[in-house]
Design a protein around this ligand. Structure first.
Ligand SMILES: [Zn+2]
Ligand SMILES: [Zn+2]
Length: 115
């Protein structure tokens, strides 16, 4: 999720810089066309989207995320720590690998694959 946001941020920033260069060249000519007006509005939308993405990223970074599926913690799906690697994972993303019946060893899917 974070990687997707960061990729989008880079693409949008490149687009914004490109538009900015274009608009600056246009300003120097002193003539404003309807395309320039639309471009200026697009610039504003781009800036806003970039701000929003930055806020989303900050939110995601403070949120507890499951190490297995990458989804955040919810009331219905609380995170527990894996008995082997200690990473936080959803209960639904774990497995009990204990050989004894009345004993539980809860591990994440990554550790389960390593078993
Ligand atoms: Zn999960
Ligand atoms: Zn683990």
């Amino acid at each position: 999720m974070i990687e997707r946001i960061e990729r989008l941020q880079r693409e949008l920033a490149a687009m914004r810089d490109y538009h900015q260069g274009y608009l600056e060249r246009r300003t120097r000519t002193g003539i404003t066309t309807s395309t320039d007006t639309v471009m200026t509005q697009h610039q504003k939308t781009l800036e806003e989207t970039l701000d929003l993405l930055e806020a989303m990223k900050a939110m995601l970074l403070t949120e507890r995320i499951c190490a297995s599926c990458g989804e955040p913690e919810t009331e219905k799906n609380p995170l527990i720590s894996c008995a082997q690697c200690g990473k936080l994972v959803h209960e639904k993303c774990t497995a009990n690998i204990s050989k004894e019946e009345d004993f539980e060893v809860i591990v994440c899917e990554t550790c389960l694959e390593r078993e």
